[in-house]
Design a protein around this ligand. Sequence first.
Ligand SMILES: [Zn+2]
Length: 95
Amino acid sequence: MIKCECGSINPDNAKYCQECGVELKEYPSKYQNLSLLGVAGVFLGFIYAPLLILTVGIGLYMWTRPEEFAKKRGKFLILFSVVIFLFALIINIII
Ligand SMILES: [Zn+2]
């Protein structure tokens, strides 16, 4: 099924819209999935990037505290952010 810009549904083998006569371009479902993933990726990036900066920021702040416990927590937070970042990067490359 190919959906025309005018909103009418045409058969897969139709070259021109049966309603308005416009030339139909076929969009494979794979392309639609990819663009959907792209949108999801950008959306996630917008949420994820500030979170990552915040986590690294808190981590750095804790790392500079004199308390040994806070230092360990800070290092862990930074390490955790880096691991998550690399994980997201790998997923992006695979997709
Ligand atoms: Zn049409």
